[in-house]
Design a protein around this ligand. Sequence first.
Ligand SMILES: [Zn+2]
Length: 240
Amino acid sequence: MARNRTLLLLVVVLLLLPVTTAHGDPSERASGGDAMPDPAPAVGRRAEPAPAAPVAVSPLPEGFVPGSTYGVRVSPRTGRRTFHAGADFLAPRGTSVVAVRAGVVEQVTRNTLGRTRFGGYGRSVVVYHPDVERWSYYAHLDSVTVRPGQTLAAGEALGTVGNSCNQRFRDMPTHLHFEVRSAAPGGRSPFPGAYRVHNEDPVAWLESMGVTFVRAAPEGEASVTREREPALARTATTRP
Ligand SMILES: [Zn+2]
């Protein structure tokens, strides 16, 4: 617990550092000309109470309509009991999707055709959160705006909501499929890989970090149903 708190503090400090440095650097304020001497500006600023920068945020800060939740469900499509590895957030195409927590982009997929290792997830982003040994996953994106290796702060945009997939489910409503996984054996990335054993309830995980979700009612809500929600996770496991 104490170690976790220390890590959280470290992350917050690291996130604040660039801002503090920029404002404390006289070369950044050349237009001022009369910048007054400040013996210890950085120290003074850092001593202030930490701003309300959250450690974690909702992947869709603009709001969403709740869709399928995490866990076993009866598939409306097949009538069979299937496991849904993530939470679905229904939102209009183009809605901004953000990293839920500071991390680094580990993988970006742009598969919209055929059977692939990421199955029917379409355009998607895997973000690794080393401080908590978790991976967050954002799928069916319309656009991806990040690259592997890129560092993201909590709340930083990584793409937009869409309904990209491998074209097995062309008329799927636009939504974000969001997952959280822990490490595979040996500390390896759980992506791609067996989805069920490494997953946990992503909404519960975010709520445990204080995230409150903005539920909205976008235009066309009445036409948004779960009827066409495919069992996408089933296709995402073993295909080469
Ligand atoms: Zn889903």
